[in-house]
Design a protein around this ligand. Sequence first.
Ligand SMILES: *Cc1c(COP(=O)(O)O)cnc(C)c1O
Length: 348
Amino acid sequence: MTATADVPIDLRSDTVTRPSPEMRAAMAAAEVGDDQFGEDPTTNRLQERVASLLGKDAALFLPSGTMSNQVALRVLTRPGDDVIVSRECHTVWHETGGSAANAGVQLTEIGSGGIFTVDDFLAARKPRGHIVYPPTTLVEIENTHNRAGGVVVPEDEVVRICAAAREHGVATFMDGARVWNAAVASGRSPSDLAAPFDLVAVSLSKGLGAPGGSLLAGRHDLIASAIRHRRMLGGAMRQVGILAAAGLYGLDHNMTRLADDHANARRIADRLAASRRIRLDLATVQTNIVVFHLHQDAPDAATVVERARDRGVLVFAFGPRMVRAVTHLDVTREACERAAEILAAIAG
Ligand SMILES: *Cc1c(COP(=O)(O)O)cnc(C)c1O
């Protein structure tokens, strides 16, 4: 079985979506101005909208989620500080070492499966003023957690971790690139999920289908500092309402349909889990990401990626025997079912 060779089923990431004609029309019609003078009305509207959705004072538009994460580190830490993060988080694995280069911090990975407990946090926290320890000044939670398979972090644990952090003068940050998926999957509002944190980063270019853009939301003083660091990293833009309009369109039209992506991921996972040569913990499949592991008697990840490509299915190798497939608004239920059959056949 092969998908049509000229139109591959692209499950590499939810970032591969192309703006729809309606989204493009909204972009073309956007009112714009110079955003660095605060005069882009569409960007201002997006920032107010996201601040209100997340229940924060203010929000700031940035070109990418990676830059939002990097700016958050610079706003909330000083060089030499220790930042506690979940194991295999985006900041550690997918930002090409930016945290060390841009913020000069060290990252301490804790927990497993994308999750850690308040006890894990307290055991790893290093106090200020110690003669040899680097002070832990920030804790970061990634929700949903990408490399753990798109899992939603349990909210009661989030609340406990952030309360303990506050008690110890440790700032809190959520990498919520896919917090929209976490909200849809858990039935909680984005503002509930954002409430425990000082700063929250969200993406527009994942499930919401915009061609780019991210926002950082938080208190006025933190956003004022983020404006400076955005400029310092070269991320301040001008008539960027063109892009903000796509984000507004995504928030208006592509939020509730994330549930379809979750159902499609579940279909793929159910099929793959039935394969003898694939290890897949179905409990991790809560949103739009399927991470699976290939047994020793199956081809390795690079081989699976290559053979799948030959048959019209694109997936991403996350490790020597670890593969990721992500569903999104440009793949139908039928395409996902076909892709799952192809991947299962290749694994053998
Ligand atoms: C995609 C992603 C980001 C941001 O990525 P960009 O490609 O820079 O927009 C940040 N955190 C997580 C968990 C992500 O999956």
